[in-house]
Design a protein around this ligand. Structure first.
Ligand code: GDP
Length: 305
């Protein structure tokens, strides 16, 4: 919680400060306050649809309690946002325990370049390893040589094997090799980096489908998880990417990175709500330990305290 507060210092200062400033001098939650609140939420990247949903919920509370004071607004807002987030997730989802299985648990990671995909894979590998799991990584983003090299740096740092081929090789072939190797080694968890090229949605979709199909030749019903990594400091872009990737493949978990570097952070609330996907982890720094299992209550507390 302490490191979360520190990591979110920028986010927290801004949303809370903005809200405090916006309601200063007004004692009751009225239409003017609600308008201000709407602006604060939108400017914090919560997204228009989700903001309106939250405002509606606050309006319902005001309708029940006409004398609702602005001093209670913060508390009510927190309650409503936690409630909203809980529609898509439970606290602590994403701990580093794994279901018992004879096969490795397979996580496929998608996202556009620069969002922190490689860093997140490195941090995840470290967390699983620290939890006593045997981890194997796969470099199936074969489009950029730098992507493979960067992942190698992380694999060495965490001290886990990375299965790789040359740049330009078939991602599905790398994924196949990775799973075959993981199975042979009796690995607990496999994390596969995949290409994040969005310039051609059909290509992306075909590629991810092919990777999945080939992986299923080694491990049935795989992957267990498709994680989409989004940069929390990119606002509307993160929403756009979520839209494209959820169309291309069945994303079932989100990682929102760089929440330490943004004065916003509402992306976490908006994207989860609009795409009905749980936020599993958040990135709050560049270091190996700067990844946290997302906890909606703690997050909202940090945002509005
Ligand atoms: P990729 O292209 O998506 O694989 O992105 P990288 O993992 O290479 O990350 C791009 C940059 O973002 C690097 O400089 C990382 O150190 C940085 N980065 C990744 N995650 C975080 C985070 O949670 N916080 C901060 N401040 N930087 C991050």
């Amino acid at each position: 919680k302490e490191s979360l507060d520190k990591g979110l210092a920028k986010t927290k200062e801004s949303v809370f400060k903005k809200l405090t400033r916006a309601v200063a001098g007004r004692s009751k939650v009225d239409d003017v306050v609600l308008d201000e609140l709407e602006e604060v939420l939108i400017s914090s990247d919560v997204g228009v649809d989700t903001t309106l949903k939250i405002i509606e919920r606050i309006e319902e509370r005001v309708a029940k309690d006409k004398f609702l004071s602005t001093s209670e607004l913060n508390k009510i807002l927190k309650e409503e946002i936690v409630e909203l987030l809980s529609e898509n997730q439970v606290d602590g989802e994403g701990d580093f325990e794994l279901p018992k299985s004879e096969f490795p648990y397979v996580i496929m990671v998608v996202g556009v370049n620069g969002v922190g995909k490689t860093t997140t894979i490195g941090k995840l590998a470290h967390k699983f390893k620290s939890a006593g799991k045997k981890v194997v990584l796969g470099a199936a983003d074969t489009f950029r040589a730098a992507a493979i090299e960067q992942l190698q740096v992380w694999a060495d740092r965490v001290d886990v094997p990375l299965i790789r081929q040359n740049m330009g090789s078939d991602p599905a072939s790398v994924a196949f090799d990775t799973l075959a190797s993981a199975k042979k080694q009796g690995a607990d968890v496999v994390i596969i980096d995949t290409a994040g090229r969005l310039h051609n949605k059909v290509n992306l979709m075909n590629e991810l489908t092919k990777v999945k199909k080939v992986m299923q030749k080694v491990v049935p019903d795989t992957p267990n998880e498709i994680i989409l990594v989004l940069d929390g400091s990119t606002g509307q872009n993160a929403f756009e990417q979520a839209k494209e990737f959820t169309k291309a493949t069945e994303v079932n978990a989100l990682v929102i990175t760089k929440l330490d570097g943004t004065a916003k952070g509402g992306v976490v609330i908006g994207v989860s709500d609009q795409f009905h996907i749980p936020v599993k982890y958040i990135g709050i720094g560049e270091g190996i330990d700067d990844l946290q299992v997302f906890n909606r209550t703690e997050f909202v507390d940090s945002l509005f305290n």
